[in-house]
Ligand binder design. Structure first.
Ligand SMILES: O=P(O)(O)OC[C@H]1O[C@H](O)[C@H](O)[C@@H](O)[C@@H]1O
Length: 544
């Protein structure tokens, strides 16, 4: 990021307090914005109007509008994989699909209809298992982008999920996870959906094999033909029909994916099938409608009134001008507890890069370290560091005005805590205030002076406050699209490719190499540390 006067602006910003920027009541009003049922207050950021204006004009100079337009139009902006980035088209009306995708639109529309039909058939009991029973459970197998979207939406939209069809997600390659899931399930009432764009991902394939084996061993083999069971009880979402059919899936049960939909942006495709099964077709459409409205807001609004652009620029300001390396995501919402994990992938896998699109080394920092947890749990854990360490950690607070349960008192306390934390992070507590407080609590002057430094809170921590009226499929769809676009804008401005993820490859490759050594091979290229660890593992497992 090359802002000509960045260091001077940083100096100025670091010398002031955020609270001092509130010179009149207008700040909260002018630094807040509504879009697609969401409300963003960014007035507690350490930025003033002039600095924001500088960022807006800088973004214009960097051809941000052109980049956004190119993405929506389907240009191959993922240059290292020569792919378009068109998850937005999946939530657009059919006429837009036809304009952008041309002949491919037919397959996309047809797939949407297939999803709806499967959802209707399963939820109505028209489609039953090989044992003739109604499905009570869906087991989803997938990882990374083929997991986080489904997981976060299932949890956030839990009040909308059918009580008679439970959806479970299996991602990690850990026998413990497999046993934990399968212990709750019965072969006769479980539908399986394997989600894997490539259908080669090691974790997903091994988990799918284990589940298939479990079904084979536990089905009533005298009465049930296993290939019929696969036909009735297994679906997949993948670009790789060949691999899926080799695995044993019927080709008609493999719903397509397209190379122009990145895994971490794929919830809007047939990858959303498990979610649609849980919440129903109408609610799944609402999720897409909310995202579409955010897309339209993003595409058509001036930068000064554009929620994703504002969030992106404020994020760049924090990261590159003020030098803050992290971003805390704090949803004050039990349903949204999976959001920090989801955004870790969306943000860090997209923008965790250090070369630009041309392959030249970048001199500036890119994606922040994203972490978080649901409030108020985070207040009783890492927020101590946010209040009193030397680290300044910009924060996104997310909360719904109306709670999803009937426990109104709980919601009042939850919201009060959320607002209180944003205020406390901004204002902090000075030494003088701490001393004063202690004296008011009847400490004598000397004790008050000794204790006071321990009670100082640095304050000046910038935060966004994102409000949803209520967590609904519509507002949650808008929220996910908001973050998708914020991250894309940051990638455009850093001139990086946010849509590839080569960084995961080396670990996968070495994983295969190490597996070969565990299985008896030799590899002199491994470090002595790793070689010794492998020996330890082998003696614990194979030398008893
Ligand atoms: O959908 P799959 O092909 O199984 O890939 C699953 C995941 O694999 C890797 O971890 C990639 O980094 C992710 O972006 C991808 O979503």
């Amino acid at each position: 990021m090359e802002l000509s006067n960045a260091s001077q602006m940083a100096l100025q910003a670091k010398e002031r307090t955020i609270a001092s920027l509130f010179t009149n009541d207008d700040r909260a009003k002018s630094m807040s914005i509504k879009a697609a049922s969401l409300f963003l207050d960014y007035s507690k950021q350490n930025i003033n109007d002039d600095e924001l204006a500088t960022l807006f004009s800088w973004a214009k100079e960097q051809k941000l509008t052109e980049n956004i337009t190119r993405m929506f139009a389907g240009e191959k902006i993922n240059n290292t994989e020569n792919r378009a980035v068109l998850h937005t088209v999946l939530r657009a009306p059919n006429s837009v699909k036809q304009t952008i995708l041309k002949t491919e639109a037919d397959e996309v529309i047809e797939t949407e209809k297939r999803v709806e039909q499967i959802v209707n058939n399963i939820r109505s009991g028209k489609s039953v298992s090989a044992a003739g029973k109604r499905f009570t459970d869906v087991l989803v197998i997938g990882i990374g982008g083929s997991f986080y979207g489904v997981k976060v939406a299932l949890s956030a939209l839990n009040p909308f999920c059918s009580p008679s069809l439970s959806v479970h997600v299996l991602a990690n390659i850990d026998g413990g996870a497999v046993h934990e899931k399968l212990a709750k399930l019965s072969v006769d009432t479980t539908l399986v959906i394997v989600i894997s764009k490539t259908f080669t991902t090691q974790e997903t394939m091994l988990n799918a094999q284990a589940v298939k084996q479990w079904m084979r061993s536990n089905a009533n083999n005298e009465l049930i033909d296993f290939s019929e069971l696969m036909q009735l009880q297994w679906y997949a979402v993948s670009t790789n029909i060949t691999k899926a059919t080799e695995f044993g899936l019927s080709a008609t049960n493999v719903l397509p994916m397209w190379d122009w939909v990145g895994g971490r942006f794929s919830l809007w495709s047939a990858v959303g099938l498990p979610l649609a099964l849980a919440i129903g077709n109408n609610e799944f459409s609402q999720l897409k409608n909310g995202a579409y409205e955010m897309d339209q807001h993003f595409l058509t609004s001036q930068f000064e009134q554009n929620m994703p652009v504002i969030m992106a620029l404020v994020g760049l300001w924090n990261r590159n001008v003020l030098g803050h390396s992290s971003l805390a995501i704090l949803p004050y919402d039990h349903g949204m507890r999976a959001l920090p994990g989801y955004l870790q992938q969306t943000d860090m896998e997209s923008n965790g890069k250090s070369v630009n699109k041309q392959g030249d080394h970048l001199s500036c920092a890119t994606a922040p370290i994203v972490f978080g947890q649901e409030g108020t749990n985070s207040q009783h854990a890492f927020m101590q560091l946010m209040h009193q360490s030397n680290e300044i950690i910009p924060t996104d607070f997310i909360v719904a005005l109306q709670g999803s349960s009937d426990l109104k008192e709980h919601h009042k306390v939850l919201v009060a805590n959320c607002f209180a934390q944003s205020e406390a992070l901004m204002k902090g507590k000075t030494l003088l205030q701490a001393q004063q407080e202690l004296i008011e609590q009847n400490f004598d002057k000397e004790d008050a002076e000794q204790l006071a430094p321990h009670k100082v809170m640095k304050g000046n921590t910038p935060s966004n406050m994102l409000l949803l009226d209520k967590v609904t499929p519509y507002s949650f769809g808008a929220l996910l699209a908001l973050y998708e676009h914020k991250i894309a804008v940051q990638g455009f401005l850093w001139n990086i490719n946010s849509f590839d993820q080569w960084g995961v490859e080396l670990g996968k490759q070495l994983g295969q190499q190490i597996l070969a050594v565990i299985d008896g091979g030799e590899d002199v290229s491994l470090s002595s540390s790793t070689t010794a660890l492998i020996s330890q593992f082998k003696s614990a497992n194979f030398c008893k």
